[in-house]
Design a protein around this ligand. Sequence first.
Ligand code: RB5
Length: 143
Amino acid sequence: MKIAIGCDHGGYELKEQLRRYLSNNGHEVVDCGTYSVESVHYPVFAKMVAKKVQRGDVERGIVVCTTGEGVAIAANRYKGVRCGIAYNDEVARLMRAHNDANVISFGARFTSLEDAIRRVELFLNTNFEGGRHQIRVEMLDED
Ligand code: RB5
């Protein structure tokens, strides 16, 4: 799958680990930065990931900051982007099944690599259920 990934300084280490994991497992990863632990502004990197998802350049996005909150808030400002914070495994599955999430967010300070990998796999491998959830997802893009 083609996946965009981005982070701020707080998410850099986890982003790098996830990027390597995904590349080693056959995915095409578009790395939107940041590329070091030097302090940066998270909206810049969340926007790069969100715009790639919005344009259909990639199928899914991953954003990481210290808490997972800033990058999720930023990503969700772009129409057509649905970003959920994966605070446990079941939520990572449900954000796909019920919300058709196309971006997943992690708080690096609160998420081990093992947990993040399991949740990314759930995010990538769970289908949207549609049905009663379809109209709700469509409503998200109404003005
Ligand atoms: C950076 O210190 C921190 O504020 C940022 O990584 C993020 O968690 C913001 O939401």
